[in-house]
Design a binder for this molecule. Sequence first.
Ligand code: FCB
Length: 441
Amino acid sequence: MRFPKGYVWGAATSAYQIEGAWNVDGKGPSIWDTFSQAGLGHIADGSTGDVAADHYHRWEGDFDLLKTLGVGAYRFSLSWPRIQPTGAGAVNQKGLDFYKQLLDGLAERDIRPAVTLFHWDLPQALQDAGGWPSRDTANRFADYADIVFGAFGDIDAEWLTLNEPKTLAFNGYWYGSHAPGIMDPNAAAAAVHHQLLAHGLTVQAFGAHNVKGRIGPVLNLTPVTPTDPAAKDQTENVDAVQNRLFLDPVLKGSYPTNAIGTENGQLPADPDQFAALVRDGDLATISSPIGMLGVNYYGVAGVDLNGTMVKIHKTSSATWQQIWAPGLYTLLTRIKRDYKKVPIIITENGIPDDPMQNGLNDSARIDYLRSHFQQAARAIEAGVPLEGHYVWALIDNFEWAEGYTERFGLVNVNFDTQKRSPKKSFDWYRGVIAKNAVAPK
Ligand code: FCB
């Protein structure tokens, strides 16, 4: 199956997961530093991202790997507390210098940057002041975006405002499994709205600075299906929570009415409290026109009569990930059907290593990627304006609450020696990119 000329193949990472250097050159602490360093059993293997893949010191070698792979684009994130240590006021020039080096390093290798402004590493000082449940964090974010666009606005890139606002809001403020470890559905609902507001304000700042390239959010979306014909309403509620709570405000300027409440499958926050957060003009800001939509796709879920997401397909070694490649087609064609036309990039797609496989022979990853690339090609044939596909991740990294126990990289990292070793999937993906086509099997 061939892809259109100009289709962009990429690989992705994020700052906290690979950089290390957590307190180097003036960087301030983030909520992930605090959360992982607390030693309270938040991280499966008790690890932290203090060193991670030491990309801060090894980025040149990692960029050479990108070059060998042949990607057209590389998605990475800026660490807000590296650039603005307390999330307000003073700028850390050394932080900006580090990212300038990265951007120059990509230009030298002719690789287009896809820059995520925020991939979960909130400055700890802002969490201390209330974090995402506080509206002021959205204003602080807009100031930070101003700094970034002032420094790098002449660089032609895909600019991505926030990564997966759903995961940060739900895992971080509702389930407590991610930083900052809070368990309060009302806080989670507020974190949704204020992240989306931050997104909208950033899109406006992008326009005001006349930045080159395009801007959009990165949303992780999960197609859901009922496991029982009687679970129709429950499934619609879960779809509202998982997908429409993010797609609707950004692309339609409204919130779904069935996402928040006490029915099965809803986010159990107080709907009136949520409505009171949404001030006049917020939805207009949030729906400011975007240049592209970033979609992270990992899998699907079934929904039962309790409105619980349940297993209907086999999972990868990440138990949350139900592998179902046709779900990617379902999702992309649904976006085309239900929303206004916007270019789409798959900003993340991948699986962790299968523990049953040995070392670098990651044939399960190859099967996963092949089947998902095929579904992407089908979606393009069906008229979806899909322009690129980035694999998560370029290298093994700190997988949040799973620490170093889940390895998503095309390249293995030995975290004792920091040695990089490309896996079989790296060579396979290189072939796909070179041919701009994927074989049936
Ligand atoms: C996504 C995150 C990314 C990585 C993958 C496996 O939810 O955006 O950082 O952890 O999952």
